[in-house]
Design a protein around this ligand. Structure first.
Ligand code: FAD
Length: 374
């Protein structure tokens, strides 16, 4: 029952950390309260955008290069497709944050990209209509990952490389003692030399010091059957980030299993989640928020609703990740506050966490350090 490390929460980041630690030959235990690849947290819904021309900050680009390579390795090991390349469009007012941010990433890192003016966008992608002052940055490498399959692949790989995995077991408390770290669950008690904490939206329940740094927020995505489906297939319609007068939206083409045109709005209705109560089921107000962007920018997709689904963002104060050690106890490394854009990085976050856990001389990346909030 004593391990080198225990990984707390086996979702997107935890499954990656478990694998990375197992690959290092560590004796590692992962504990997950639900089943692996469940639909209660932040990592479900069949698709997550991955793109290189990163409008959020150019410093993410080297991590993304690593992520593309690692996902390909994990896909090879798993033997089933995890990534679908569609190309990606960052579109919005030419002078706006998304287009300018994507251009800055392309310039800083000499990324292949195409700049499209408003007229080019509609000619190239028949499903999209934008006003004349809009522009876009198109990048060929972008596409989407299947998050449930990625988590399954990483968890299985971890176990194959020697990790122990407990599913359906809720962690009730964590404590640090001179002789080691202690994890108490609803079934058992385990000890370890170090903890890697990746509890997502539930972070502040077990680590109250993360309360103001990792705030859960309700999201809703919807899948729609386009009135005119031919323009929305994955062979001709890219994943997109849309900066618009209605807010920032993101979306996906119809996938190979016939799941419709998928769209979500960043920060949706700006509703904080109360983790002690069941999350509000999707309803009319959610659909209306998604449909208003569809009718304005993707009118041919404005057909019947297939389904909606809730999910959670866990927001940090500045929208960047927190990947660091606890200043009070260096045996505790954590990854939190992935702020609605973390999944594509999960495999790299796993590596970063395993470095923080196993290499005492390693410092956190400044963009992700806790010290930035001091
Ligand atoms: C609608 C939506 C769309 C998104 N789109 C994108 C996108 O296109 N591209 C992208 O890169 N990112 C996207 N994201 C963000 C990305 O999905 C998240 O940043 C990422 O999945 C977070 O992973 P996580 O490991 O932190 O959380 P999770 O995957 O939720 O993992 C946390 C795990 O900890 C477990 N846990 C918590 N407490 C306990 C406990 N007490 N005991 C045991 N287990 C516990 C949970 O059950 C859970 O499995 C999106 C998010 C949402 C919600």
């Amino acid at each position: 029952m004593h391990f080198d490390h225990i990984v707390v929460g086996i979702g997107g980041m935890g499954s990656a950390a478990l694998r990375a630690l197992a690959l290092r030959g560590q004796r590692v235990l992962g504990i997950e309260q639900f089943k692996i690849a469940h639909d209660q947290g932040s990592s479900h819904g069949h698709s997550r955008i991955i793109r290189l021309a990163y409008n959020e900050h150019p410093d993410y680009v080297p991590l993304l290069r690593r992520a593309f390579g690692l996902w390909a390795e994990i896909q090879d090991e798993y033997g089933e497709r995890l990534f679908v390349q569609t190309g990606g469009l960052d579109v919005g007012p030419a002078a706006g944050r998304v287009v300018q941010g994507a251009l800055a990433a392309c310039k800083t890192h000499a990324l292949d990209h195409e700049c499209l003016e408003a007229g080019d966008i509609g000619r190239r992608f028949a499903g999209i209509r934008v006003p004349s002052d809009y522009a876009a940055v198109f990048h060929q490498e972008a596409g989407y990952l299947d998050p449930e399959a990625c988590i399954t692949a990483m968890a299985q790989s971890a176990v194959r490389h020697g990790a122990t995995l407990k599913e359906g077991e809720e962690i009730l408390s964590l404590s640090m003692h001179d002789q080691g770290c202690e994890v108490v669950t609803n079934r058992d008690r385990y000890t370890s030399d170090g903890l890697v904490f990746t509890a997502g939206a539930w972070s502040s329940r077990l680590l109250p010091r993360l309360k103001a740094l990792a705030i859960p927020e309700r999201q809703v995505v919807g899948w729609f059957d386009p009135a005119e489906p031919s323009a929305f297939g994955a062979d001709r319609f890219p994943v997109f980030i849309l900066d618009s007068h209605l807010g920032e939206y993101y979306g996906f083409p119809i996938d190979a299993r016939g799941r419709g045109f998928k769209i979500g709005r960043y920060h949706h209705l700006e509703e904080q989640v109360d983790l002690s109560a069941p999350m509000l089921e999707p309803g009319g107000a959610d659909e209306a928020l998604l449909r208003q962007a569809i009718s304005a920018y993707f009118p041919d997709a404005n057909g019947p609703l297939q389904r909606m689904q809730t999910c959670m963002f866990t927001n940090s104060p500045d929208g960047h990740f927190i990947i660091d050690r606890d200043p009070g106890d260096q045996r505790l490394a954590f990854g939190a506050g992935f702020s609605g854009h973390g999944f594509k990085f999960a495999c790299v976050v796993g590596e970063l966490l395993s470095e923080l856990a196993c290499e005492p001389e390693k410092n956190p990346l400044p963009l992700f350090s806790l010290a930035r909030f001091e």
